[in-house]
Design a protein. Structure first.
Length: 424
């Protein structure tokens, strides 16, 4: 195992900003920013530490409001109760269309000044900028772009079993049995609704392509949701259980990644925040671990953009701290240092990526290819594709189907159609 390498830019950046922070201290009113997020795994915590240090180097204080639970389901529940009691944090990790839902409640603050100074309009791709605006005003700032449709593999395990990383579902099941016979868990998984949905959406993309994916999960089209291809995707998804272990119910995603890191399991289907765990363990992309697109999705890209939305605050110092946070997030230093730890690629496309590892380079190339080929799709499992109430209903159906011995793929598809029609 290799020693953890701090991204070279990080040390330089923090030093520079500490100096700048001291020099500018007379003009800046030091305030506190309370930040709700769900980055509590080893890799995630290191990544959020980058932001905390930058904010503090500017003289502000960071109040950490971390709510454990992958994909933020628990964090969103806690956020709702804080907001309902009239006491939301000043900043919160809120992703995708939910930004609009919070905007509609009139609770979000305006970031237009920061956006204008940083020229966000020119900097951000239009689709990303759109997601960050409510009613024409910036209310959130994007942190990164995660790719969801990744397969993570331990090459030593594959070598020991004498098999190759699968590139089709047929191969997946054959190779899986061989890995099992060699004493490994073929596919590490955590049985939680969002993790089930994460695997399922990749299977849908693989078998149905980006058109069917969009019809089903963005347009909520009934025909797509009960199509033969969707039935096949549901069937393949459930069959993947054969490759998982009995310990999966409720297991956190990062524990599954640890199973791959430790050579107990061969593979995991997970977004590239999993790479944060490999990095935190001191491992090298392409050598100690392998990233490959989920079978059948090499030219497609399921995106998941993390962002911070800012709640309205009245105190000037708190507002100053909040605006500083928003500004820092899109600056090159943060984008480069944070994303090299988090596993994602930068939210701004103009950065030098030469310091990034081979998985990030591939992610970027595939992101660009998918944008050009119109095969870039928003993650259903990670709040990018649909309203939160519909997403919640989809999660229930997908998980119940995955865990039920009786529910057929046809019945699950019918339920998805019903959940989608209630939304319409
Ligand atoms: C995702 C989030 C990622 C990652 C993951 C697991 O929804 O976008 O940043 O942290 O959850 O917690």
């Amino acid at each position: 195992m290799r020693a953890f390498k701090q991204p070279p830019i990080l040390g330089k950046t923090l030093l520079g900003l500490a100096v700048a922070g001291t020099l500018g201290a007379t003009q800046v009113q030091a305030g506190e920013v309370e930040v709700l997020h769900w980055w509590t795994s080893g890799g995630e915590a290191q990544a959020v530490g980058v932001l905390k240090e930058l904010v503090e180097a500017e003289g502000h204080s960071w109040k950490d409001f971390a709510v454990a639970g992958g994909a933020g389901d628990s964090a969103m529940t806690v956020l709702k109760s804080r907001a309902m009691s009239g006491n939301p944090p000043s900043a919160a990790q809120i992703n995708g269309p939910e930004i609009q839902e919070w905007g509609e409640l009139g609770l979000l603050g305006n970031l237009d000044d920061v956006a204008e100074q940083g020229d966000w309009d020119a900097l951000l791709p239009e689709v990303v900028a759109d997601m960050m605006r409510h009613d024409g005003q910036y209310v959130a700032v994007p942190v990164n772009v995660h790719r969801v449709n990744w397969l993570w593999a331990n090459p030593e395990v594959f070598a020991d079993a004498g098999v190759e990383v699968p590139t089709s579902w047929d191969e997946m099941f054959v190779v899986g049995e061989q890995l099992r016979a060699a004493g490994y868990v073929p596919l590490a998984h955590g049985g939680q609704p969002w993790q089930d949905a994460t695997v399922f959406e990749s299977v849908v993309l693989s078998l149905g392509g980006s058109d069917l994916y969009r019809q089903a999960f963005v347009e909520l089209d009934a025909e797509a949701l009960e199509s033969d291809t969707m039935i096949e995707a549901l069937t393949t998804f459930k069959r993947l259980r054969e490759l998982m272990d009995d310990g999966m119910p409720g297991r956190d995603w990062n524990l599954s990644t640890s199973m791959v890191i430790g050579g107990h399991a061969a593979m995991q289907i997970m977004g590239d925040w999993a790479k944060g765990e490999f990095i935190a363990a001191g491992l090298e992309a392409g050598e100690d671990y392998v990233c490959a697109p989920v079978p059948g999705t090499a030219s497609d890209f399921i995106f998941n953009i993390d962002s911070f939305a800012m709640f309205r605050v009245t105190d000037d110092a708190a507002r100053e701290a909040q605006q500083t946070l928003a500004r820092l997030v899109l600056e090159p230093e943060f984008q480069s240092a944070f994303n090299q730890v988090k596993g994602s690629i930068p939210a701004r496309p103009d950065l030098d990526m030469s310091e990034f590892d081979s998985c990030a380079q591939q992610s970027l190339a595939d992101f660009q290819g998918a944008s050009e080929g119109n095969t870039l799709v928003p993650s259903m499992a990670h709040r990018m594709a649909m309203r939160s109430d519909v997403q919640g209903a989809f999660f229930d159906i997908i998980t119940n189907y995955f865990n039920s011995a009786d529910m057929t793929a046809e019945q699950a598809a019918e339920r998805l159609v019903r959940a989608a029609s209630v939304a319409g």
